[in-house]
Design a protein around this ligand. Structure first.
Ligand code: ATP
Ligand code: MG
Length: 565
């Protein structure tokens, strides 16, 4: 295709609103434009990348027996009411009414519609298993749509659903998806890690997330450097490294005027923060609760919620009313409200608040000086110890590009998606649900493959394979050679973007680096003088002069040899 006829509105400057690299590059290379917060238009280059990703996804989904369908984006409220999600899901769901004042929503996912369809169409065990998938738009009123196409309010998702007779069948469908996902992300040129995840609002019996490491990610995973075990920090457990044992005598009060925070106390008493104990009061449905953590650890709210139910931090005056002291000097010794201590505190000796202003207690021994319920309530931190093998854990930022869930009968039971087994007994269909965000794949690829000049597309998902560039289209001989090569490449089946614009060479080279097509063929004065064009590899910046007549076969060989990444 000829650049002069395409809509590729590249920008010289970084857009002010874009922080993530992928966001900047997508805007600058003219792939996308934002219509409103979290709502994007895909321009031709962006569309071509999505098409490539979709083709890989379709190929791999078909390979595991997936059947492509298209479900509506507009859903009647009833199916969501039947599963309870109409009321469980809050503002994230776009809701609307039709002219007859009936409730509808814009689909944020399709478990309900699938279960409804299965209820209609699946009769017997002979109809199972099934894998149905679609690449279709989803709507979610995200709290913070940001980072370009990484988190938008309208986005395409490949969602597939497996229908099986029993758990054994589900395990097989799940495994097939896991393998298909491995191939999809590998073929898209992404570095990724598979981690166990928290099934959250989907419910169900197990789930994994596919995570692409990137500082632009909103998720964090903890990975063990020794055994390789990895989990979302939402779920990850660890053993904080044990502190040195202090040689403190028996329990004693120490004056700590004005020292409220862990840092202030540790500095004043000149001790390792790991020897402090922090006490955080929260309000649960059952009343106040104090969470106890080692001073250097952070509270993991979801973990606390799993143990103690929904809660919020206590206000200052609530702490004062319950404990008779301000929060900075709160401690477990002598408190009469329930205590929930992190497992790391089961051993050791600590400094804790004395429940008296400007005072701490030194030599607090959990189990001896206070009694608490123990649970895992800390966030895993880099340097913590792996509970499987004792190796060191590292916490890293990642982009969730896909996930797989074992749903079980969470949706089939309320929507009466049942089948008759071999004995003629009615049973609920056992379901799985599997999502991938193609736009997130594109953005994650940009995050992982770029340099200071722009994008470096993996060949498999690049908008074009070859960027042909005529340095000066006003030079008739040069122009003729460019046209000749363009025709040659096109008839050899190469996807080629031909920069035939009447622009300064500097502008053209800069744009070529910016949009990042894997191979560039340059037709300049050497081509006219000596019959030599140039093939440049975007990733390595290697440039090789190649006789004009050999460009097409050379490019074909490069494309055939390339493994995509
Ligand atoms: P997140 O935790 O990032 O909100 P999610 O768990 O809500 O993601 P799913 O509902 O499982 O995501 O959706 C499946 C896939 O769809 C995700 O792995 C991701 O690739 C993509 N996706 C989800 N939400 C968005 C969004 N707002 N914008 C773009 N892609 C999204
Ligand atoms: Mg979400």
């Amino acid at each position: 295709m000829r650049w002069s006829r395409l809509l590729i509105p590249t920008l010289k400057e970084d857009p002010a609103e874009a922080e993530a690299v992928s966001h900047r590059l997508m805007i600058r290379s003219g792939m996308v434009r934002q219509l409103a917060a979290g709502i994007y238009c895909y321009l031709p280059l962006g569309q071509r990348v999505l098409d490539k990703i979709h083709a890989i996804i379709r190929d791999e989904m078909n390979r595991i027996g997936g059947q492509e369908i298209t479900l509506p984006a507009l859903h009647p409220a009833e199916i969501w009411q039947q599963t309870g999600r109409w009321s469980e899901i809050g503002d994230e769901m776009f809701r609307l009414k039709d002219r007859a004042k009936r409730d509808l929503c814009l689909g944020m996912t399709h478990e309900e519609v699938i279960a409804w369809l299965a209820a209609k169409e699946i009769r017997s065990y002979r109809d199972l298993p099934q894998i149905w998938y679609q690449i279709q738009v989803k709507f979610r009123d995200e709290v913070r749509p940001k980072s370009g196409v990484l988190r938008t309010r309208e986005f395409l998702m490949k969602d597939s659903y497996s229908l099986d007779a029993d758990e054994t069948g589900l395990a097989l469908s799940y495994e097939r998806h896991r393998e298909a996902y491995h191939r999809i992300f590998t073929r898209c040129g992404l570095a990724f890690t598979v981690v166990e995840s928290d099934p959250g609002m989907m419910g169900g019996a197990g789930s994994h997330e596919f995570m692409a490491p990137s500082p632009a990610g909103e998720d964090e995973i903890a990975r063990c450097g020794a055994c390789g075990a990895a989990a979302n920090v939402e779920l990850a457990t660890s053993r904080p490294v044990a502190p040195p044992v202090p040689s403190w005598p028996a329990l004693e009060e120490v004056p700590t005027p004005g020292a409220r925070s862990i840092d202030e106390v540790a500095t004043l008493l000149q001790i390792d923060p790991r020897l402090t104990l922090k006490t955080l009061m929260v309000m649960t449905k059952a009343g106040p609760l104090c969470c106890l953590l080692r001073g250097d650890q952070q509270l993991h709210e979801k973990k606390v919620e799993r143990i103690a139910g929904p809660f919020r931090p206590a206000h200052r005056d609530e702490v004062q009313a319950v404990a008779g002291v301000e929060a900075g000097f709160l401690g477990p010794v002598g408190l009469t409200i329930p205590l929930l201590a992190d497992g790391a505190l089961a051993a050791g000796v600590y400094v804790a608040g004395a429940n008296r202003v400007d005072t701490h207690l030194r030599g607090v021994v959990p189990g001896k000086h206070f009694t608490a319920r123990y649970g895992d309530i800390h966030r895993v931190q880099t340097g913590d110890v792996c509970v499987n093998c004792g190796g060191a854990l590292a916490v890293e930022r990642v982009i969730e590009v896909g996930n797989i869930f074992k749903l079980g009968t969470r949706y089939s039971t309320p929507l009466k998606a049942v089948y008759l087994d071999e004995q003629g007994q009615e049973r609920p269909i056992v379901m799985g649900s599997y999502g991938i965000g193609p736009a997130r794949i594109a953005a994650a690829a940009l995050e992982q493959h770029h340099d200071a000049d722009g994008t470096i597309w993996p060949l498999t998902i690049a908008p074009f394979q070859v960027h042909l560039l005529t340095v000066n289209v006003k030079d008739a001989a040069m122009q003729r050679l460019g046209e000749e090569l363009y025709r040659g490449l096109v008839s050899a089946g190469v996807e080629v973007l031909y920069d035939d614009r009447d622009e300064r060479p500097g502008v053209k080279f800069k744009d070529a680096d910016l949009i990042g097509i894997p191979y560039r063929v340059t037709v300049g004065s050497r081509a006219v003088r000596e019959g030599q064009a140039e093939i440049r590899t975007r990733r390595t910046r290697d440039e090789t002069p190649v006789p004009v007549a050999e460009v097409v076969p050379r490019i074909r060989a490069l494309l055939e040899r390339s493994d995509g990444a």
